[in-house]
Design a protein around this ligand. Sequence first.
Ligand code: BGC
Length: 269
Amino acid sequence: MDQVLKGQIAVITGASSGIGAGVAKSLAAAGATVVVNYPTPSSLPAAESVLKEITNAGGAGMTAQCDVSKEEEVVNLFAEVVANYGTVDILINNAGLQRDAKFDEMTLEQWNTVISVNLTGQFLCAREAIREFLRRGPRPDVSVATGKIICMSSVHELIPWGGHANYATSKGGIKMLMQSLAQEYGDRKIRVNSICPGAIQTPINRAAWETPQALNSLMTLIPYNRIGQPSDIGNLAVFLCSDQSDYITGASIFIDGGMTVFEGFATNG
Ligand code: BGC
């Protein structure tokens, strides 16, 4: 892969599994030094194995623990990265989870857990990243933009999702957070965009792909008839962080095999 991100420091939250791990690998392959964030000590082995894969392939980086929903931990994470590498150029605001429940049975804890990690976590990390971009100022030797943030959203910032109202709400919130930041900091040359994945084969949606029946039923929602892979998202993330996408900011980019063209309407409606 071209070293389009050479010399840049990228923090990827929730990078010990799933889409975050895939994005960390792709960014590292494109030359970025990656910070593989993981939430709790129990995910350290997984984070270490992601980093090992990266270093075995010639990439560089570190692991760093931080629960993105905790202000002090987020502040410390960015301080640690700046102490180690001097600055941050890229934030992949990826950490996210689901706590699914029928709405009339949803507990406040299920609601709060999802909003705290998926939405408040993105607020806290974006705020620290932007503070660092502003402190450091332009680095024209590595990128035209002073800083880049990618918010991991979902097709569910557009598609309502019964049984997952907390999750869909968090993703709808991310859309306005991302656009507000793009509007507020564009003149400081900070680019902020969202990636909106459809069904990507990761632990978060195992039930949707682990049996042939589940996978067949999933395919009725995906015109392109395959489940996505973390590397699909990684490739897009590299592009969105590189100067090749320098004129893109404030955009939600859907990457979903066509899920958002609503295949069910192909023959009727
Ligand atoms: C969810 C997955 C789901 C996909 C498509 C994602 O945001 O995390 O569980 O399979 O959207 O519905």
